[in-house]
Design a protein around this ligand. Structure first.
Ligand code: ACO
Length: 362
């Protein structure tokens, strides 16, 4: 038995490869750097879903169909009552998503990619007491998400920033939420069920729930000069530094640098507070130095969540919504893996070793 299934190969996939030793991520044959430089949400959806459905899949038709699906799905927002809106945003979004009928065809996939993009901004607005904004089918998925969130058509840099984020996190091997998606798919329950299970796995702080706490850490540290003392104190009290460490990467997470690159134009153009990025860089240096001193045998480097926190904050998402934004991007990967599992895989049913008491012999 391997605790946490570490190093256990539990699926074959053509979707993505994470090389933790060299810090390389490949998505369907394309390196992450190239993908981020050339793709929007719709492009990476076309890339990941190609060949997994009966229909031909291309980015332009995905854009049109996503726009129509966002408009059609807006009717479900009416179901958001006071009980639902009292939940954390990712839970409220998941509850609305459970209203989408289970299915296995490409239109079901389109609905599931569009649904979190509509529900998350709507929930966030309603939680503030504002009216939710109707989707605009003429916009790209990323531009429409930001418009539904803020009420303003975003700048080119902001749209590019969100696209880069959603592309960066679209798929990442057999992580916990993707595994959950494949387990559900292996029972042929349907794509909505897979995505719901995956969101439930994602929201934990050891997986996709870390970027909110990264900002709490930045606020706690306050100034670059305070970084080492604050972080030392946290480590002395057995806390983990959010945004550092990864089960697979033994070097820097390549997604961290991809996001740092798209952050720069947003901060440089005055659309976010320049001091924030300087503080983040100071904390990152201090955290890496401390982690290397204290855990010399365990390489602990910056992970994707660190610069995610800065980017999503700069784009106007509240920190309690970050996991929901992660889900918008990763839904593409969850659907692709679910389809791959359904098409090629068997029912996933591992064994456990019983270590409890046995009945006394008569
Ligand atoms: N800060 C301080 N110490 C750490 C950190 C951290 N961020 N990460 C790992 N360690 C320490 C552990 O305490 C452990 O020490 P020990 O052996 O003395 O007990 C050692 O390093 C090994 O840690 P593991 O728990 O074995 O590492 P694992 O591979 O299980 O965990 C994880 C990976 C969960 C990401 C971990 O590094 C962590 O908790 N990081 C902080 C949360 C975070 O950033 N999560 C986002 C991950 S990225 C993603 O999922 C999208």
């Amino acid at each position: 038995m391997k605790s946490g299934l570490e190093d256990v190969i539990a699926a074959e996939t053509k979707l993505s490869d994470v090389d933790g030793a060299t810090g390389r991520l490949i998505i369907r044959g394309v390196s992450l750097d190239d993908l981020v430089a050339t793709s929007r949400f719709e492009d990476v959806a076309a890339l990941l879903l190609d060949g997994l459905f009966d229909e031909h899949v291309d980015a332009d038709s995905i854009r049109v169909r996503l726009g129509a699906a966002r408009v059609a799905l807006f009717q479900h927002v009416e179901a958001a009552d006071a009980v639902l809106l009292a939940l954390p945003p990712v839970d409220a979004m998941r509850a609305l998503l459970a209203r989408v009928e289970d299915g296995e065809n490409f239109e079901d996939a389109i609905k599931l990619m569009a649904a979190p993009a509509v529900f998350l901004p709507a929930v966030l607005r309603m939680q503030k007491g504002d009216k939710p904004l109707k989707p605009d089918a003429s916009l790209s998925q990323s531009a429409d998400i930001l418009r539904m969130l803020t009420g303003r058509v975003p700048s080119a840099e902001q749209t590019a920033g969100l696209d880069a984020y959603l592309v960066t996190i679209s798929d990442h091997g057999l992580n916990a939420s993707t595994f959950a998606s494949r387990v559900i798919a292996s029972t042929h329950a349907g794509l909505t069920s897979s995505v719901l299970a995956a969101i439930s796995a994602l929201k934990g702080p050891l997986h996709g729930g870390a970027p909110g706490p990264v900002l709490d850490m930045l606020d706690g540290v306050g100034t670059p000069e305070n970084a080492r003392a604050w972080l030392s104190h946290a480590l002395d009290h057995g806390e983990r530094l959010m945004g550092f460490g990864h089960r697979i990467y033994r070097v820097r997470d390549p997604r961290a640098d991809a996001l740092k690159t798209v952050l720069k134009p947003i901060f440089a153009s005055g659309q976010a507070d320049q001091a924030r990025i300087a503080l983040a860089e100071a904390i990152e240096s201090a955290a890496l130095a401390l982690l290397h001193e204290r855990k010399p045998d365990r390489p602990l480097e910056t992970n994707v969540e660190y610069y995610t926190a800065l980017l999503l904050d700069a784009l106007g998402f509240p920190r309690n919504a970050f996991t929901g934004v992660f889900a918008i991007g990763r839904t593409i990967g969850w659907i692709a893996h679910a389809r791959e599992q359904t098409l090629d895989g068997r029912l996933i049913r591992p064994q456990s070793r019983y270590v409890g008491p046995v009945p006394k012999a008569a």
